[in-house]
Design a protein around this ligand. Structure first.
Ligand SMILES: Nc1ncnc2c1ncn2[C@@H]1O[C@H](COP(=O)(O)OP(=O)(O)OP(=O)(O)O)[C@@H](O)[C@H]1O
Length: 693
């Protein structure tokens, strides 16, 4: 794997082409052109297929649409369906996306094309945010996760006439669960139509999944109407030409190569924005810093660069900057994770730089550890990345890997997320929807039985499942009600009994926003010092409470946030999420009480949710090394934690990140007796196995 360069260590030398840095050669072709919105719509490749798509949706239960990136699937098909009457009579057309950013930006674009206000005829819903109007909204964009949650109230999704599952190639856990459930729903509601779309999906295997046996098909068609055999529609044609350039030799460090490529484009290529795909906040921040320094100090001709990061933890206002028009004479460089990989159109983008890597989740059911690991992307992802150029004008894509590697070694598709994730959230969701036989569920790709057993075990220990692996009442049903990780939901439930629900709900809200700290202002040292003002000896969660309290005392002031390196947008979101969680808690009859300054009960409640993440440090260990209690895995406290170098003997953590070591993020010190109190079954040697029932 490529080495990372970190600010503060040896600075990379930016290589020019002549110096043997990054050398490219060219392949590929095609073309087009636009005027106003309506004409633009009609010029999209998908327009020629309008009638065929509508006919297929009319007559078939499932239509699979495959078409090049930018051909108009996401923005046009929902509009065609609406024009054809699928939203008449108060019905809704849904279009799901794997990512929140795509949901919001595509909904805004479709509202603009239809000349309506976002949130009215065209709306969107993402977790903790609903921009739809009941009785008015006709086309609704939403994440697949949100649609799954809607099934808890309306298992047959009766308000929808058509559900379009977009970017189905991504195979997120939620997409896979959704596909399995939609197949079931179609049996009960044959009038529901499905459209499955992507530029890079293996259409045949998706069609096989939706295929029913011949006998059953005949029977269903006689009784119910639509042809059950899925149709595959291939949308031919593409927007504009995108030239693909590969490096001639493998690059040793994709971060350095990406920065060097951006500077080289800026030096040599005509105006046009650049979109760079790196892997995560760390390398994106490093690249932003490097390019900013270049712009400010070293190269006079780099002064026209406007460098912007893009990742999911970034505040909304900063994310939106990437969509704003680039000022005249400037060149925008957006450095992004794969959140910009699908569905997004950044109008000014002419050049794409693809590192060939992304952060991917990998779960080991033996050690019960889930990591985000930097790993090579698939051909499907590479094509999606390339497809961010060539949408409104011709473009170029610079792949920081060789053509030989792309052709011979890169896998065609990624491994479905369900086969490389912890399944705790997935299992509880299915259980809440009444799917008891989870192993027998009709999965597009089956998860491993080890991961499934682990998830059942954790849920059993959380008191969410009973001996028959059914949701317990009320705990299991209550935990499933919160749109949160079951461990966080359990922590909230326990806090009701322990008398600290106000504090725990604040903590749950903070954990839902990724980071309440700003990055990119000032130095790391200044940020660390700012954090120290709020640091609590008990750990990070209690420090969050200190920040929250101080924010309230400041009158929710943005200046206060700025002074203290606290992210104002994130804090506003915390307040909003907190209110939503309080409403859910109240509905479930959880006592809303404050424990004032009693941090013992707060830490106990956290332990009641996160006992499975307990770790222990050897008395002799001064190097910050811990062992997980369950798997004896070696883990360390992350340097960003207030407990870094404090090393309490017993801790529980919220999540792990893996770089050169396994780091625990958001850590709290605990008393070990709380573990057996919280989960007596879990910490017994002979654990009952709910799978056996
Ligand atoms: N915000 C926007 N600004 C300008 N043009 C846009 C915008 N959004 C979409 N378009 C235009 O509409 C075209 C179709 O976009 P759409 O997202 O529907 O394509 P798609 O086939 O779903 O692509 P993908 O598979 O990449 O998601 C784009 O290629 C672009 O020309």
């Amino acid at each position: 794997m490529s080495q990372f360069w970190k600010p503060g260590t040896e600075k990379p030398r930016l290589l020019d082409d002549e110096e043997g840095g990054v050398l490219f050669f060219t392949t590929s072709s095609s073309g087009g052109g636009y005027a106003n919105l309506e004409r633009q719509r009609q010029r999209l490749p998908v327009f020629k297929y309008r009638t065929a798509i509508l006919y297929s949706v009319e007559t078939r239960a499932t239509t699979i649409v495959v078409g090049e990136t930018g051909s108009g699937k996401t923005t046009q098909i929902p509009q065609y369906l609406k024009e054809a009457g699928w939203a008449d009579g108060g019905r809704l057309i849904a279009c799901t996306q794997p990512r929140r950013l795509a949901v919001q930006s595509v909904a805004a674009r479709v509202a603009e094309e239809m000349g309506v206000r976002l949130g009215e005829e065209v709306g969107y819903t993402i977790r903790f945010e609903d921009a739809t109007t009941q009785g008015v909204t006709m086309i609704k964009f939403l994440t697949d996760g949100v649609l799954l949650r809607e099934m808890m109230d309306d298992p047959l999704l009766t308000k929808y006439s058509v559900i379009m599952v977009d970017e189905a190639h991504e195979r997120s856990i939620s997409t896979d669960i959704l596909l399995g459930l939609l197949k079931k729903i179609q049996r009960r509601r044959p009038e529901l139509r499905l459209v499955i779309s992507s530029a890079t999906i293996q259409a045949k295997s998706m069609a096989d999944f939706f295929q029913t046996s011949k006998r059953r098909r005949r029977q269903e068609e006689e009784e119910l109407g639509p042809i059950m055999e899925p149709a595959i529609l291939s949308v031919e044609g593409r927007g504009f030409n995108v030239q693909i350039h590969y490096v001639e030799e493998p690059v040793a460090d994709y971060l350095r190569a990406a920065v060097s490529t951006v500077l080289s484009i800026h030096d040599k290529e005509p105006m046009g924005d650049i979109l760079v795909f790196l892997t995560g906040q760390d390398d994106i921040d490093a690249a932003v810093q490097l390019l900013t320094e270049e712009t400010q100090n070293r190269r006079k001709n780099s002064s026209g660069l406007m460098v912007l990061p893009l990742y999911s933890g970034l505040p909304r206002a900063d994310q939106e900057l990437v969509f704003t028009p680039t000022p005249r004479g400037k060149r925008k460089v957006v450095i992004s994770t794969n959140i910009a990989e699908t569905s997004i159109t950044l109008e000014g983008v002419v050049y794409v730089v693809d590192s060939g890597f992304s952060k991917q989740r990998f779960y080991n059911p033996i050690s019960d550890i889930e990591n985000l690991v930097v790993a090579p992307i698939s051909k499907a992802s590479a094509r999606q990345r390339t497809g961010r150029a060539g949408r409104v004008r011709p473009g170029k894509c610079y792949r920081l890997y060789t053509e030989e590697y792309f052709v011979k070694e890169m896998s065609a598709e990624g491994i479905p997320e369900i086969q490389r994730s912890n399944l705790v959230s997935c299992v509880i969701q299915l259980k809440a929807l009444g799917i008891d036989n989870i192993l027998g569920f009709d999965w597009p790709a089956s998860p491993s039985s080890e991961a499934m057993v682990r998830a059942l075990e954790v849920l059993y220990s959380l008191g969410v499942l009973d001996d028959d692996a059914k949701l317990t009442s009320p705990t299991g049903f209550q935990v499933a009600e919160f749109p949160l990780d079951p461990m966080i939901s359990k922590m909230i439930l326990s806090s009701g009994e322990l008398g600290c629900s106000e504090e725990i709900i604040t903590i749950a809200a903070v954990l839902s926003v990724q980071s309440i700290w700003v990055s990119g202002w000032g130095s790391q040292k200044e940020l660390d010092e700012a954090k120290l003002n709020f640091a609590a000896a008990e750990g990070d969660h209690v420090s969050f409470l200190n920040v929250y309290k101080a924010f309230l005392q400041s009158g929710k002031s943005s200046q206060w946030c700025h002074k203290n390196f606290v992210n104002y947008q994130a804090m506003k979101k915390v307040i909003e999420i907190r209110e939503q969680l309080r409403r859910t808690a109240r509905r479930l009859g959880i006592d809303l009480k404050s424990c004032e300054r009693d941090t013992v009960v707060v830490r106990k409640a956290i332990t009641y949710g996160f006992f499975a993440n307990a770790c222990h440090s050897e008395a002799s260990s001064h190097d910050g090394k811990y062992k997980t209690i369950r798997g004896s895995q070696e883990v360390y406290i992350h340097p960003s934690s207030v407990l870094f170098r404090v090393n309490p003997k017993w801790v529980v953590y919220h999540s792990l990140v893996s770089t050169e070591k396994q780091y625990m993020r958001n850590v709290i010190s605990i008393d070990p007796s709380w573990l057996t109190e919280a989960a007596p079954h879990f910490y017994q040697k002979q654990r009952p196995n709910p799978m056996l029932h």
